[in-house]
Design a binder for this molecule. Sequence first.
Ligand SMILES: NC(=O)c1ccc[n+]([C@@H]2O[C@H](COP(=O)([O-])OP(=O)(O)OC[C@H]3O[C@@H](n4cnc5c(N)ncnc54)[C@H](OP(=O)(O)O)[C@@H]3O)[C@@H](O)[C@H]2O)c1
Length: 353
Amino acid sequence: MGDTSIMSRTYKLALIGFGNVNRALAQIIAEDGADMATRLGFDLSIVAVSDLFLGSAYDPNGLDLRGLTTLPAEKEALSKLAGGKTEADNEALIKDSVADIVAEATFTDSTTGEPASTHCSWALSSGKHVVTTNKGPAAFHGDDLRALAQENGCQFGIEGTVMSGTPVLRMAQNELKGCNINGFEGILNGTANYILGRMEEGVQLEEAIAEAQSLGYAEADPTADIEGWDVLLKVVILAETVLGVSVSPNQVRREGITGLSSGDVAGAPADGCRWKLIGTAEVDEDGKVEASVCPQRLPHAHPLSGVSGATNAVAFGTDYLGQVTVSGPGAGRLETGFALLSDIVAIHQHSAN
Ligand SMILES: NC(=O)c1ccc[n+]([C@@H]2O[C@H](COP(=O)([O-])OP(=O)(O)OC[C@H]3O[C@@H](n4cnc5c(N)ncnc54)[C@H](OP(=O)(O)O)[C@@H]3O)[C@@H](O)[C@H]2O)c1
Protein backbone atom coordinates (compact mmCIF):
# COMPACT_ATOMS: atom_id res chain seq x y z
CA MET A 1 0.00 0.00 0.00
CA GLY A 2 1.24 3.49 -0.86
CA ASP A 3 1.49 6.30 1.67
CA THR A 4 -2.10 7.58 1.75
CA SER A 5 -1.11 10.97 3.19
CA ILE A 6 0.87 11.55 -0.02
CA MET A 7 -1.67 9.82 -2.30
CA SER A 8 -4.50 12.07 -1.16
CA ARG A 9 -2.60 15.37 -1.41
CA THR A 10 -4.44 18.27 -3.05
CA TYR A 11 -2.40 21.25 -4.24
CA LYS A 12 -4.17 24.59 -4.43
CA LEU A 13 -3.03 26.77 -7.31
CA ALA A 14 -3.00 30.54 -7.90
CA LEU A 15 -2.65 31.37 -11.59
CA ILE A 16 -1.07 34.77 -12.29
CA GLY A 17 -1.71 35.75 -15.91
CA PHE A 18 -4.47 33.82 -17.64
CA GLY A 19 -3.42 33.75 -21.30
CA ASN A 20 -2.38 30.78 -23.46
CA VAL A 21 -0.24 28.98 -20.91
CA ASN A 22 -2.26 29.15 -17.69
CA ARG A 23 -5.48 28.55 -19.65
CA ALA A 24 -3.82 25.42 -21.06
CA LEU A 25 -2.93 24.30 -17.52
CA ALA A 26 -6.59 24.80 -16.50
CA GLN A 27 -7.63 22.75 -19.55
CA ILE A 28 -5.22 19.93 -18.63
CA ILE A 29 -6.62 19.91 -15.07
CA ALA A 30 -10.21 19.90 -16.40
CA GLU A 31 -9.50 17.05 -18.82
CA ASP A 32 -7.08 14.91 -16.80
CA GLY A 33 -7.68 16.02 -13.20
CA ALA A 34 -9.81 12.99 -12.30
CA ASP A 35 -6.98 10.73 -13.45
CA MET A 36 -4.19 12.63 -11.72
CA ALA A 37 -4.79 11.21 -8.25
CA THR A 38 -4.24 7.66 -9.49
CA ARG A 39 -1.56 8.42 -12.09
CA LEU A 40 0.41 11.14 -10.31
CA GLY A 41 -0.66 10.89 -6.67
CA PHE A 42 -2.23 14.33 -6.27
CA ASP A 43 -5.24 16.49 -7.12
CA LEU A 44 -5.09 20.08 -8.32
CA SER A 45 -7.57 22.77 -7.37
CA ILE A 46 -7.40 26.28 -8.87
CA VAL A 47 -8.29 28.68 -6.06
CA ALA A 48 -7.15 32.01 -7.56
CA VAL A 49 -6.70 33.61 -10.97
CA SER A 50 -5.45 37.14 -11.61
CA ASP A 51 -4.96 38.78 -14.99
CA LEU A 52 -4.48 42.40 -16.08
CA PHE A 53 -7.06 42.10 -18.86
CA LEU A 54 -9.56 39.60 -17.39
CA GLY A 55 -9.64 40.73 -13.74
CA SER A 56 -9.43 38.21 -10.90
CA ALA A 57 -11.34 35.54 -9.02
CA TYR A 58 -10.78 33.80 -5.69
CA ASP A 59 -12.46 30.91 -3.91
CA PRO A 60 -10.45 29.10 -1.23
CA ASN A 61 -12.54 25.98 -1.90
CA GLY A 62 -11.72 25.97 -5.62
CA LEU A 63 -13.00 28.02 -8.56
CA ASP A 64 -15.46 26.56 -11.05
CA LEU A 65 -13.21 24.77 -13.59
CA ARG A 66 -15.84 24.79 -16.31
CA GLY A 67 -16.28 28.55 -15.88
CA LEU A 68 -12.50 28.99 -16.19
CA THR A 69 -11.99 26.77 -19.23
CA THR A 70 -14.88 28.36 -21.13
CA LEU A 71 -14.06 31.93 -20.03
CA PRO A 72 -14.47 34.33 -22.96
CA ALA A 73 -11.40 36.45 -23.83
CA GLU A 74 -13.29 39.60 -22.83
CA LYS A 75 -12.15 42.42 -20.58
CA GLU A 76 -13.03 41.76 -16.89
CA ALA A 77 -14.50 38.33 -17.77
CA LEU A 78 -13.30 36.85 -14.44
CA SER A 79 -15.56 39.28 -12.56
CA LYS A 80 -18.56 37.23 -13.75
CA LEU A 81 -17.37 34.10 -11.84
CA ALA A 82 -18.27 33.55 -8.17
CA GLY A 83 -15.54 35.34 -6.17
CA GLY A 84 -14.71 37.54 -9.18
CA LYS A 85 -13.48 41.14 -9.42
CA THR A 86 -13.00 43.48 -12.35
CA GLU A 87 -9.33 44.18 -11.61
CA ALA A 88 -6.23 42.02 -11.21
CA ASP A 89 -5.29 41.36 -7.59
CA ASN A 90 -1.80 39.86 -7.92
CA GLU A 91 -0.24 40.86 -4.62
CA ALA A 92 -3.11 39.79 -2.32
CA LEU A 93 -3.76 36.55 -4.19
CA ILE A 94 -0.08 35.63 -4.23
CA LYS A 95 0.69 36.58 -0.63
CA ASP A 96 -2.56 35.98 1.26
CA SER A 97 -4.51 33.29 -0.64
CA VAL A 98 -4.60 29.67 0.54
CA ALA A 99 -2.65 28.60 -2.57
CA ASP A 100 0.29 26.19 -2.13
CA ILE A 101 1.68 26.84 -5.62
CA VAL A 102 1.76 30.02 -7.74
CA ALA A 103 1.85 29.50 -11.54
CA GLU A 104 3.40 32.68 -12.97
CA ALA A 105 2.59 33.08 -16.69
CA THR A 106 2.46 36.83 -17.31
CA PHE A 107 4.46 38.43 -20.12
CA THR A 108 8.25 38.17 -20.35
CA ASP A 109 10.05 41.48 -20.00
CA SER A 110 13.40 40.94 -21.79
CA THR A 111 15.18 43.85 -20.12
CA THR A 112 14.29 43.64 -16.40
CA GLY A 113 12.26 40.46 -15.86
CA GLU A 114 9.64 42.54 -14.00
CA PRO A 115 6.98 42.48 -12.66
CA ALA A 116 7.12 38.68 -12.88
CA SER A 117 10.25 38.46 -10.69
CA THR A 118 8.44 40.37 -7.94
CA HIS A 119 5.48 37.98 -8.24
CA CYS A 120 7.85 35.02 -7.75
CA SER A 121 9.56 36.72 -4.84
CA TRP A 122 6.21 37.45 -3.10
CA ALA A 123 5.17 33.83 -3.53
CA LEU A 124 8.41 32.26 -2.25
CA SER A 125 8.60 34.70 0.69
CA SER A 126 5.07 33.60 1.65
CA GLY A 127 6.12 29.93 1.61
CA LYS A 128 4.43 29.11 -1.71
CA HIS A 129 6.10 27.08 -4.45
CA VAL A 130 6.49 28.79 -7.85
CA VAL A 131 6.15 27.21 -11.27
CA THR A 132 6.76 29.54 -14.19
CA THR A 133 7.25 29.56 -17.94
CA ASN A 134 8.30 33.22 -17.82
CA LYS A 135 12.00 33.59 -18.73
CA GLY A 136 12.37 36.98 -16.98
CA PRO A 137 12.57 35.83 -13.33
CA ALA A 138 14.94 32.92 -14.03
CA ALA A 139 17.23 34.92 -16.37
CA PHE A 140 17.46 38.14 -14.30
CA HIS A 141 17.06 36.89 -10.72
CA GLY A 142 17.55 33.12 -10.91
CA ASP A 143 20.19 32.89 -8.16
CA ASP A 144 18.25 35.12 -5.74
CA LEU A 145 14.96 33.32 -6.36
CA ARG A 146 16.57 29.88 -5.94
CA ALA A 147 18.10 31.07 -2.65
CA LEU A 148 14.75 32.49 -1.50
CA ALA A 149 13.05 29.21 -2.39
CA GLN A 150 15.59 27.27 -0.36
CA GLU A 151 15.25 29.61 2.64
CA ASN A 152 11.50 29.07 2.61
CA GLY A 153 11.51 25.33 1.93
CA CYS A 154 9.91 25.87 -1.47
CA GLN A 155 10.59 24.88 -5.07
CA PHE A 156 11.19 27.32 -7.95
CA GLY A 157 10.15 25.34 -11.06
CA ILE A 158 11.26 26.77 -14.41
CA GLU A 159 11.16 23.80 -16.81
CA GLY A 160 8.93 25.64 -19.32
CA THR A 161 11.28 28.60 -19.71
CA VAL A 162 13.43 26.64 -22.19
CA MET A 163 11.87 24.39 -24.89
CA SER A 164 8.38 24.58 -23.27
CA GLY A 165 7.32 21.09 -22.14
CA THR A 166 10.33 19.26 -23.62
CA PRO A 167 12.17 18.29 -20.42
CA VAL A 168 15.55 19.69 -21.36
CA LEU A 169 16.51 21.27 -18.01
CA ARG A 170 15.35 18.33 -15.92
CA MET A 171 16.99 15.79 -18.26
CA ALA A 172 20.34 17.54 -18.00
CA GLN A 173 20.10 18.22 -14.25
CA ASN A 174 18.89 14.73 -13.30
CA GLU A 175 19.90 12.21 -15.93
CA LEU A 176 23.29 13.71 -16.83
CA LYS A 177 24.21 14.42 -13.21
CA GLY A 178 27.09 11.91 -13.27
CA CYS A 179 28.73 13.60 -16.28
CA ASN A 180 30.57 16.87 -16.52
CA ILE A 181 28.67 19.07 -18.96
CA ASN A 182 31.13 21.62 -20.30
CA GLY A 183 28.86 23.42 -22.74
CA PHE A 184 25.83 23.37 -24.96
CA GLU A 185 24.64 24.58 -28.35
CA GLY A 186 20.94 25.03 -29.02
CA ILE A 187 18.28 25.98 -31.52
CA LEU A 188 16.12 27.70 -28.95
CA ASN A 189 13.71 29.81 -30.97
CA GLY A 190 11.26 28.04 -33.29
CA THR A 191 10.19 31.27 -35.02
CA ALA A 192 13.74 32.16 -36.08
CA ASN A 193 14.34 28.56 -37.15
CA TYR A 194 11.14 28.51 -39.22
CA ILE A 195 12.12 31.81 -40.88
CA LEU A 196 15.63 30.53 -41.71
CA GLY A 197 14.07 27.37 -43.22
CA ARG A 198 11.87 29.49 -45.50
CA MET A 199 14.84 31.70 -46.46
CA GLU A 200 16.71 28.50 -47.40
CA GLU A 201 13.85 27.90 -49.85
CA GLY A 202 14.46 31.34 -51.37
CA VAL A 203 11.81 33.40 -49.49
CA GLN A 204 12.92 36.92 -48.46
CA LEU A 205 13.27 37.70 -44.73
CA GLU A 206 10.29 40.11 -44.56
CA GLU A 207 8.01 37.67 -46.35
CA ALA A 208 9.12 34.78 -44.11
CA ILE A 209 8.40 36.91 -41.01
CA ALA A 210 4.90 37.72 -42.32
CA GLU A 211 4.29 34.00 -42.92
CA ALA A 212 5.46 33.14 -39.40
CA GLN A 213 3.07 35.78 -38.05
CA SER A 214 0.13 34.42 -40.05
CA LEU A 215 0.87 30.91 -38.71
CA GLY A 216 0.85 32.26 -35.14
CA TYR A 217 4.58 31.52 -34.59
CA ALA A 218 5.73 35.15 -34.50
CA GLU A 219 4.37 38.03 -32.40
CA ALA A 220 3.12 41.25 -34.03
CA ASP A 221 6.51 42.64 -32.94
CA PRO A 222 8.96 39.86 -33.89
CA THR A 223 12.06 41.63 -32.49
CA ALA A 224 12.63 39.28 -29.52
CA ASP A 225 12.62 36.25 -31.84
CA ILE A 226 14.62 37.51 -34.82
CA GLU A 227 17.13 39.69 -32.95
CA GLY A 228 18.07 36.91 -30.53
CA TRP A 229 16.75 38.43 -27.26
CA ASP A 230 14.53 35.42 -26.52
CA VAL A 231 17.43 33.00 -27.12
CA LEU A 232 19.74 35.16 -24.98
CA LEU A 233 17.53 34.70 -21.91
CA LYS A 234 17.39 30.93 -22.54
CA VAL A 235 21.20 30.78 -22.80
CA VAL A 236 21.45 32.49 -19.38
CA ILE A 237 18.95 30.01 -17.87
CA LEU A 238 20.68 26.96 -19.37
CA ALA A 239 24.13 28.20 -18.31
CA GLU A 240 22.95 28.68 -14.71
CA THR A 241 20.91 25.51 -14.32
CA VAL A 242 22.92 23.05 -16.42
CA LEU A 243 26.49 24.39 -16.33
CA GLY A 244 26.13 25.80 -12.80
CA VAL A 245 27.70 29.16 -13.71
CA SER A 246 26.26 32.62 -13.20
CA VAL A 247 25.91 34.58 -16.42
CA SER A 248 24.20 37.96 -16.54
CA PRO A 249 22.22 38.80 -19.71
CA ASN A 250 24.64 41.61 -20.59
CA GLN A 251 27.58 39.14 -20.69
CA VAL A 252 26.02 37.27 -23.63
CA ARG A 253 27.16 38.38 -27.11
CA ARG A 254 24.05 38.72 -29.28
CA GLU A 255 23.43 38.91 -33.01
CA GLY A 256 20.07 38.11 -34.66
CA ILE A 257 19.22 36.78 -38.11
CA THR A 258 18.39 40.11 -39.75
CA GLY A 259 21.94 40.52 -41.11
CA LEU A 260 21.57 37.37 -43.26
CA SER A 261 20.29 37.59 -46.82
CA SER A 262 18.11 34.95 -48.48
CA GLY A 263 21.01 34.49 -50.91
CA ASP A 264 23.39 33.57 -48.03
CA VAL A 265 20.88 31.15 -46.48
CA ALA A 266 19.64 29.59 -49.73
CA GLY A 267 23.20 29.12 -51.02
CA ALA A 268 24.56 27.27 -47.95
CA PRO A 269 23.17 23.75 -48.70
CA ALA A 270 25.19 23.64 -51.94
CA ASP A 271 28.29 23.79 -49.69
CA GLY A 272 26.89 21.07 -47.36
CA CYS A 273 25.80 23.59 -44.68
CA ARG A 274 22.70 25.25 -43.18
CA TRP A 275 22.38 28.56 -41.35
CA LYS A 276 20.94 28.27 -37.83
CA LEU A 277 20.50 30.76 -34.97
CA ILE A 278 22.58 29.14 -32.23
CA GLY A 279 22.55 29.93 -28.51
CA THR A 280 25.66 28.57 -26.88
CA ALA A 281 27.73 28.66 -23.69
CA GLU A 282 30.97 26.93 -22.88
CA VAL A 283 33.08 26.78 -19.72
CA ASP A 284 36.85 26.59 -20.28
CA GLU A 285 39.38 24.83 -18.03
CA ASP A 286 39.80 27.96 -15.88
CA GLY A 287 36.05 28.14 -15.31
CA LYS A 288 35.63 31.13 -17.65
CA VAL A 289 32.29 31.19 -19.52
CA GLU A 290 31.79 32.28 -23.12
CA ALA A 291 28.12 32.71 -24.01
CA SER A 292 26.61 33.94 -27.27
CA VAL A 293 23.64 34.01 -29.61
CA CYS A 294 24.51 34.30 -33.28
CA PRO A 295 23.76 32.78 -36.68
CA GLN A 296 26.12 29.91 -37.54
CA ARG A 297 26.71 27.96 -40.71
CA LEU A 298 26.54 24.32 -39.54
CA PRO A 299 27.79 21.38 -41.61
CA HIS A 300 25.16 18.73 -42.38
CA ALA A 301 26.84 16.28 -39.98
CA HIS A 302 26.20 18.59 -36.99
CA PRO A 303 23.39 17.26 -34.72
CA LEU A 304 21.48 20.58 -34.95
CA SER A 305 21.72 20.98 -38.72
CA GLY A 306 18.67 18.80 -39.45
CA VAL A 307 16.40 20.45 -36.84
CA SER A 308 13.72 22.12 -38.96
CA GLY A 309 10.68 24.34 -38.64
CA ALA A 310 9.43 25.29 -35.18
CA THR A 311 11.25 22.40 -33.46
CA ASN A 312 13.94 23.22 -30.88
CA ALA A 313 16.96 21.19 -29.79
CA VAL A 314 19.94 21.43 -27.46
CA ALA A 315 23.19 19.46 -27.83
CA PHE A 316 25.10 19.13 -24.53
CA GLY A 317 28.85 18.47 -24.54
CA THR A 318 29.65 15.84 -21.90
CA ASP A 319 32.75 13.94 -20.80
CA TYR A 320 31.43 10.35 -20.75
CA LEU A 321 28.79 10.47 -23.50
CA GLY A 322 30.20 13.01 -25.93
CA GLN A 323 27.41 15.08 -27.43
CA VAL A 324 23.86 14.37 -26.16
CA THR A 325 21.03 16.05 -28.06
CA VAL A 326 17.47 16.65 -26.83
CA SER A 327 14.90 17.75 -29.39
CA GLY A 328 11.18 18.56 -29.19
CA PRO A 329 8.61 21.33 -29.23
CA GLY A 330 9.86 24.72 -28.05
CA ALA A 331 6.48 26.46 -27.76
CA GLY A 332 2.73 25.90 -27.97
CA ARG A 333 -0.02 26.44 -25.41
CA LEU A 334 -0.61 22.84 -24.31
CA GLU A 335 3.09 21.97 -24.55
CA THR A 336 3.91 24.91 -22.27
CA GLY A 337 0.96 24.26 -19.93
CA PHE A 338 2.33 20.73 -19.63
CA ALA A 339 5.69 22.20 -18.51
CA LEU A 340 3.90 23.72 -15.49
CA LEU A 341 2.36 20.33 -14.71
CA SER A 342 5.80 18.70 -14.94
CA ASP A 343 7.13 21.20 -12.37
CA ILE A 344 4.17 20.40 -10.08
CA VAL A 345 4.96 16.68 -10.43
CA ALA A 346 8.55 17.49 -9.37
CA ILE A 347 7.26 19.47 -6.35
CA HIS A 348 5.12 16.49 -5.35
CA GLN A 349 7.99 14.02 -5.78
CA HIS A 350 10.27 16.27 -3.73
CA SER A 351 7.71 16.55 -0.93
CA ALA A 352 7.29 12.75 -0.95
CA ASN A 353 11.06 12.20 -0.34
N1 LIG B 1 2.93 30.49 -25.34
C1 LIG B 1 4.04 29.77 -25.43
O1 LIG B 1 4.18 28.90 -26.30
C2 LIG B 1 5.15 29.99 -24.43
C3 LIG B 1 6.25 29.11 -24.46
C4 LIG B 1 7.27 29.28 -23.48
C5 LIG B 1 7.18 30.32 -22.59
N2 LIG B 1 6.12 31.18 -22.63
C6 LIG B 1 6.08 32.28 -21.65
O2 LIG B 1 4.98 32.06 -20.77
C7 LIG B 1 4.42 33.32 -20.36
C8 LIG B 1 2.93 33.33 -20.71
O3 LIG B 1 2.78 33.14 -22.12
P1 LIG B 1 1.35 33.21 -22.79
O4 LIG B 1 1.53 32.71 -24.18
O5 LIG B 1 0.34 32.59 -21.90
O6 LIG B 1 1.12 34.78 -22.81
P2 LIG B 1 -0.27 35.55 -23.09
O7 LIG B 1 -1.21 34.66 -23.83
O8 LIG B 1 0.10 36.88 -23.63
O9 LIG B 1 -0.89 35.72 -21.61
C9 LIG B 1 -0.34 36.53 -20.63
C10 LIG B 1 -1.50 37.08 -19.83
O10 LIG B 1 -0.96 37.70 -18.66
C11 LIG B 1 -1.56 38.97 -18.52
N3 LIG B 1 -0.65 39.84 -17.80
C12 LIG B 1 0.38 40.59 -18.29
N4 LIG B 1 0.99 41.25 -17.27
C13 LIG B 1 0.33 40.91 -16.14
C14 LIG B 1 0.47 41.27 -14.79
N5 LIG B 1 1.41 42.12 -14.38
N6 LIG B 1 -0.40 40.75 -13.89
C15 LIG B 1 -1.39 39.89 -14.28
N7 LIG B 1 -1.57 39.53 -15.56
C16 LIG B 1 -0.72 40.03 -16.48
C17 LIG B 1 -1.84 39.44 -19.92
O11 LIG B 1 -2.81 40.48 -19.89
P3 LIG B 1 -2.67 41.65 -21.02
O12 LIG B 1 -2.95 40.96 -22.31
O13 LIG B 1 -3.69 42.66 -20.61
O14 LIG B 1 -1.26 42.16 -20.92
C18 LIG B 1 -2.31 38.14 -20.58
O15 LIG B 1 -3.69 37.94 -20.37
C19 LIG B 1 5.22 34.40 -21.09
O16 LIG B 1 6.19 34.89 -20.21
C20 LIG B 1 5.86 33.65 -22.27
O17 LIG B 1 7.08 34.23 -22.66
C21 LIG B 1 5.11 31.03 -23.52
